[in-house]
Design a protein around this ligand. Structure first.
Ligand SMILES: CCC[C@H](NC(=O)CCC(=O)O)C(=O)O
Ligand SMILES: NC(=O)OP(=O)(O)O
Length: 316
């Protein structure tokens, strides 16, 4: 494995999930594999879980880790090609990425979408340029359209806890006060479609995800219909794809509550975090027995460790 940017970079998903679960039981079994290898974690946006879990995963493998908030600590980055840099940008991604590739054996890179120009965001121009110019294997720490480490951790969580072979998994939109990326929802949908679960997406009018991510999922604007009999409910806000980057509704009545939970098959409730309590997801659910948010956060370590192990093995 030289690139982990989406589910499409994984040749055997079940094998990767099994490897992650094995590493969870024996975290230090490969502690020599990463000896004298350096992981760089480069962020253009904030992070708690991705930063800490991926660093922990690398340390479990014996790697050295360097972390940088490039948006705050580096030079103002230019990502457009062919322009005269006589404005506010100081360093081109060609040089910045190339230099980091000189220092690191593997690089994790986070770059959220601008949520203004859909074609630009969905081309993954910045992420793809970083991959091209850094010259070493790259792990996505969330790009404009996907969050594969989160989705792998989410799949591990469902695989660990499912009570039937094909559980009903529901991705439900949730209210928010600012426009968020579609990346987590896109990525979750992509991985759920590959897992071949009974997968349903529910959201208000106007919040359809891009068709390439929806795949064969059933989609409904009737949240109660979607929640009926669900085994897992994944709660996440995203801004409109069709009216790109926009908030179309205050989402009154869309927040998951214990009352809505009664419609489900006593479902596990998931969220990638950070979560806006009382807005995206109710306090009662987050503080109650159905919440799986810490299970998911714990599995971020094993997801990252399985991915890094595969990449390290391809280096040797
Ligand atoms: C892992 C999730 C990262 C990001 N979340 C946010 O930006 C939340 C920001 C907020 O709630 O103000 C997102 O939705 O893609
Ligand atoms: N879920 C997730 O990736 O969290 P952070 O944005 O805090 O890393």
């Amino acid at each position: 494995m030289k690139l982990f940017s989406s589910v499409n970079d994984v040749t055997d998903i079940q094998k990767l999930v099994s490897e992650a679960i094995s590493l969870k039981k024996k975290p230090f079994v490969n502690e020599q594999l990463g000896k004298h290898k350096t992981l760089g974690l480069i962020f253009l946006n904030p992070s708690l879980r991705t930063r800490l879990s991926t660093q922990k995963a690398a340390l479990n493998l014996g790697m050295q880790v360097m972390v940088m908030n490039l948006d705050k600590e580096g030079w103002a980055l230019e990502t457009q090609d062919g322009i005269i840099m006589n404005g506010t940008t100081v360093e081109h991604i060609r040089e910045a990425a190339g230099v980091m590739g000189e220092y690191c054996d593997i690089i994790g890179f986070r770059s959220f979408p601008g949520l203004v120009n859909r074609d630009e965001d969905y081309s993954e121009d910045i992420f793809n340029k970083f991959v091209k110019y850094c010259g070493v294997p790259v792990v996505s720490l969330e790009s404009a359209t996907r969050h594969p480490l989160q989705s792998l951790a989410d799949l591990i969580t469902i695989e660990e806890l499912k009570k039937t072979e094909k559980p009903k998994v529901v991705l439900t939109w949730a209210p928010h006060v600012k426009p968020l990326p579609q990346a987590v929802a896109n990525s979750f949908a992509e991985w759920m479609n590959k897992a071949d679960y009974d997968f349903v997406i529910t959201h208000p009018e106007g919040y359809d995800l891009a068709p390439e991510f929806v795949g064969q999922a059933m989609v409904t604007t009737n949240q109660d219909e979607a929640l009926a009999g669900a085994d897992f409910v994944y709660v996440k806000n995203w801004s409109s794809y069709n009216d790109y980057g926009k908030i179309l509704t205050d989402g009154e009545g869309w927040m998951m509550t214990n009352e809505k939970l009664k419609l489900t098959n006593n479902a596990g409730v998931m969220h990638c975090l950070p979560v806006r309590r009382g807005l995206e997801l109710s306090h009662e659910i987050l503080d109650g027995p159905n919440s799986l948010v810490l299970n998911q956060a714990n599995n971020r370590v094993w997801a990252a460790q399985a991915v890094l192990k595969n990449i390290l093995e391809s280096l040797s």
